[in-house]
Ligand binder design. Structure first.
Ligand SMILES: [Zn+2]
Length: 308
């Protein structure tokens, strides 16, 4: 893994000079350029981390992590990849939803531009799932018009089907979220219908880039594996959260099938611990690049050292 020096760099920034911390991190996986971009953060109640956990155990975990007890800022990351002449955006961030009042997220489009990425250069979008914090960036006013008319949007067929009549009975979300998620997914499916490229279980998107359905978080939830020249990185979407290493069995409030989501998480973490491949996940602290280690019965997150 080495830092890249093409336009996906970490330094120069045209639109974001006022930002105190960098919002993107570039690396190379073999021949493939990868850019992790922060969409910002969104504050959520800590119960969301594990609503099946004993409140005292959950409070102890927060305390041990030096996090506030009631609510904290979740990271929100997307990934841009260049391979074989294709430019692939993996997830699109939150976009704008004034009703939920999450003004610190929804930065993806602006930050891609700051990184010199023209929206019209994006050939493919891959969606890990259709929750608003993953598709909302494409619903921002004026964005669709700037995308290529032949843009391909890869998403699991099971995901599109799920949102025709979504089941929220096993989720535990803050008020307002189910309605917002429902309407964002429906709007997305409607607006981008002709561009959707559906797959059942696995799909090659570009040389070295495969999207694979895991289910769990949502029925069509998928992860993306980027592999080249002996290196590999998996973008896990919402299969793994920051708490998922210490407490892989905790149910996240946004999981539509929490038991299956926990099984998916444990399987994926075991796999990554065994292979030593890199992990990036949507809601892991930016830049969210690291390895997974086994720690007794659970796991340990080992962030990579910044390389720039
Ligand atoms: Zn999410």
């Amino acid at each position: 893994m080495q830092a890249t020096n093409i336009s996906l760099d970490n330094a120069s920034d045209r639109a974001g000079r006022d930002e105190l911390v960098p919002s993107r991190y570039a690396l190379r996986i073999g021949e493939i350029d990868v850019l992790v971009v922060s969409d910002g953060v969104l504050p959520l109640p800590t119960t969301m981390l594990g609503y099946n956990a004993e409140p005292t155990v959950r409070a102890a975990w927060m305390h041990d992590m030096f996090l506030p007890p009631d609510a904290f800022d979740w990271a929100l990351n997307v990934v841009l990849v260049r391979s074989g002449g294709q430019t692939i955006l993996i997830d699109a961030g939150l976009g704008a939803d004034p009703e939920l009042n999450l003004p610190r997220a929804g930065q993806t489009i602006r930050r891609l531009e700051a990184a010199g990425i023209d929206l019209g250069a994006v050939t493919d979008v891959v969606l890990t799932h259709m929750h608003m914090d993953h598709v909302g960036g494409l619903l921002v006013e004026g964005v669709k018009e700037r995308l290529r008319p032949d843009l391909r949007i890869h998403v699991a067929a099971a995901e599109v089907k799920f949102w025709e009549s979504p089941d929220f009975s096993r989720t535990s979300m803050p008020q307002g979220f189910p309605d917002a998620l429902r309407s964002a997914a429906k709007r997305f499916a409607r607006e981008y219908q002709s561009q959707l490229r559906l797959f059942d279980d696995e799909q090659q998107v570009a040389p070295g880039i495969f999207v694979r359905r895991t289910g769990g978080h949502t029925p069509g939830h998928s992860v993306v594996r980027i592999a080249s020249g002996g290196d590999a990185l998996t973008f896990a979407g919402d299969a793994v959260f920051a708490v998922g290493f210490d407490q892989p069995g905790w149910y996240n409030g946004f999981e539509h099938d929490p038991e299956e989501a926990a099984r998916v998480r444990i399987r994926l973490l075991r796999e990554l611990a065994a292979t030593g491949e890199l992990l990036v996940a949507t809601h892991m602290p930016f830049p969210s690049i690291g390895h997974v280690a086994i720690a007794g019965d659970t796991f340990r997150w080992v962030p990579t050292f910044w390389d720039f």
